[in-house]
Design a protein around this ligand. Structure first.
Ligand SMILES: [Zn+2]
Length: 65
């Protein structure tokens, strides 16, 4: 089903993995590429939290062990 009007999630939006906010390109203050994936952050605080321990913020559906 496709809702009318503006889509809820735009293609250029990204989710801050630390605080969970949906960010537009304008709201992204920091970008960081980790394991080939680029993450966007709305603040330096979120960015610092992520780079200290990316594993704890990266959502994985399954484990590879
Ligand atoms: Zn954030």
């Amino acid at each position: 089903m496709t809702p009318r009007g503006e889509p809820l999630v735009k293609k250029d939006m990204t989710t801050d993995p630390v605080c969970g906010r949906m960010l537009t390109a304008d709201q992204v203050k920091h970008r960081y590429t980790w394991r080939g994936e680029t993450f966007g952050f709305d603040s330096n605080w979120c960015f610092q939290q992520f780079i200290q321990d990316p594993e704890s913020y990266h959502e994985t559906d399954e484990r590879d062990d």
